[in-house]
Design a protein around this ligand. Sequence first.
Ligand code: IPM
Ligand code: MG
Length: 360
Amino acid sequence: MSKQILVLPGDGIGPEIMAEAVKVLQLANDKYSLDIELSFDELGGAAYDKYGVPLADATLERARAADAILLGAVGGPKWDTIEPALRPERGLLKIRSQLGLFANLRPAILYPQLADASSLKPEVVAGLDILIVRELTGGIYFGQPRESKVLENGERMAYDTLPYSESEIRRIAQVGFDMARVRNKKLCSVDKANVLASSQLWRAVVEEVAKDYPDVAVSHMYVDNAAMQLVRAPKQFDVMVTDNMFGDILSDEASMLTGSIGMLPSASLDANNKGMYEPCHGSAPDIAGQGIANPLATILSVSMLLRYSFNLSQAADAIETAVSKVLDQGLRTGDIHSAGMTRVGTAAMGDAVVEALRSL
Ligand code: IPM
Ligand code: MG
């Protein structure tokens, strides 16, 4: 039976970068006879414009029925003033939560060709290869109660709640340890256990899970220290596992160590490795429609999709090799451009990856 992929280009630069990723996916499909079928729908602001909600029920059902989902990015100033419950981001949070995509894998890998694009010294980042495992369906993003209200004295106040149950922590810790096991057997769990009750439970449960992985060296770090260590000496890290909000923040930080957030893919997986794949970056409304966005993070998300959801490592490897080849050729979008390199736009970058893949 053919493998069904639901493509959700989203907002801002989403449609532009997705067009390039789809070209690459279609070529990989032909070249390696992958038997993949694509269908398309909307998420985020584009869905709000078309259906009046950021994630339509019918879209959610199609996502449930699909074998994997490829997502561009959501959000933009156009929808900043609509009712909070209908904002584009709500569609993204809902699809993550409804599909149970609790394990978010965000690799931060420095391509040797891009060492100059990092804001850190080349020797600090050379060879960098970190995997952030972010809990994606719990914590403060989803905790109840949450409320905005006006107090009796007329002052406005608002609060959120940061809950974690033992089972939610255990399953994401297990993903972290499993990943560490197939990498360098080193896991750093990041929390704020000196202050937060949820983090104290987090640390205790990670310690319990660690007993099942005696071959993995586990350490714990407070999130403020982890943020500092990431820019001081990032190569001390291999796999980092952390909660939803800390993971959101640290993964943006880690991505910039590699030169550009425009290079980094991500996978969000459920308990059966069904996944949604998306670039780590956002919808970049400031450059949308100009044809200058970097499509490589989305193209590399295709590679992650083939690898994690379908176990098609030959095709996944080939896409990664093709990306590396275009970087060797000196092609750079604006975000990763440096002196002496050839500046190209979104479509030219996508076409170059297609050509490199074709000639492998
Ligand atoms: C991310 C994004 C989202 C998040 C936003 C768009 C809701 O920042 O995927 O990192 O906070 O999870
Ligand atoms: Mg984020």
